[in-house]
Design a protein around this ligand. Structure first.
Ligand SMILES: [Zn+2]
Ligand SMILES: [Zn+2]
Length: 270
């Protein structure tokens, strides 16, 4: 009787899930993050058109041990002469000494910030295309599901946006990605661990030291009282690592022992 009841429950749960998916499909016809056209039912679950998949540069192969950026072959000879023949870290991390001095234990990214993903990230950030988070998280789980499990991460922390800015824009794209990642992995999300207390200037065009100054004191302890040992900070794009470092630093100050990082996109090695 017991097992028959359990079987019935599993069936009911499956039907409910199918029903939920169907209702979602009717109410929120998802769009493909690459071409922004509506996805047909058979592509709905994949979150992208099969033909559009090739327009994204999924990260694979040899990557930097610290930031997860693919280690390029450009000027390999020249770089080898500087950093030795076995390159474990990208040029950027070595230059910034992130490989030996960082608040982030290890970082990963899903796509190279190149080609079709650039326009896609722009819409994700500014045009209310929050639904793209589904594909980004799905791909993150496909690439790094095992890594996430192995790492013992207890909580996902999106890079916070300045409150007034978020109210104006309506949402924080890093949080959309974090929520989807949490839903798909079962790892908790906490948006109240860290808050952004300064409306920072855009980082673009600033020098390295100006970027650091810009981020100085930008984040502060939030009101969450939950204590974690291991967290992952997530954001849409990893550019210089300055923002990621600032948030990770705040978490370490709160007593979190190990902080990982994940971005949807990362720039190519220079
Ligand atoms: Zn498409
Ligand atoms: Zn690196």
């Amino acid at each position: 009787m017991h097992t028959a009841g359990q079987k019935m429950m599993t069936k009911i749960k499956k039907w409910l899930e199918m029903g939920r998916e169907f209702v979602c499909f009717l109410l929120f016809p998802a769009r493909c993050p690459v071409c922004d056209e509506i996805l047909e039912p058979e592509e709905y679950k994949k979150g992208i058109h099969s033909a559009c998949k090739n327009k994204l540069y999924l990260i694979s192969g040899a990557v930097c041990m610290h930031c997860g950026r693919p280690i390029g072959k450009v000027n390999q000879k020249e770089k080898e002469s500087i950093y030795g023949s076995t390159r474990e870290y990208c040029y950027d991390c070595v230059q910034k000494k992130y490989h030996s001095n960082s608040y982030i234990f290890q970082a990963k990214a899903v796509y190279i910030y190149k080609g079709a993903v650039k326009a896609s990230m722009y819409r994700f950030k500014y045009s209310n295309k929050r639904e793209y988070a589904y594909l980004f998280a799905r791909q993150a789980v496909q690439n790094y599901g095992a890594w996430l499990k192995r790492s013992g991460i207890e909580v996902i922390v999106p890079v916070p946006m300045y409150k007034r800015k978020q109210r104006r824009r309506g949402y924080n794209q890093a949080e959309c990605f974090a929520r989807e990642l949490s839903r798909q992995t079962g790892i908790a999300i906490d948006t109240k661990l860290v808050r952004r207390v300064v409306d920072t200037k855009p980082q673009k065009g600033l020098s390295e030291s100006d970027r650091k100054n810009n981020m100085k004191n930008a984040f502060q302890k939030g009101e969450s009282v939950v204590q974690y040992r291991c967290a992952i900070v997530v954001d849409d794009i990893y550019t210089t690592g300055v923002t990621a470092e600032a948030v990770a630093h705040e978490l370490i100050k709160r007593g979190i022992r190990r902080v990982y990082f994940m971005a949807v996109c990362i720039g190519e090695e220079m």
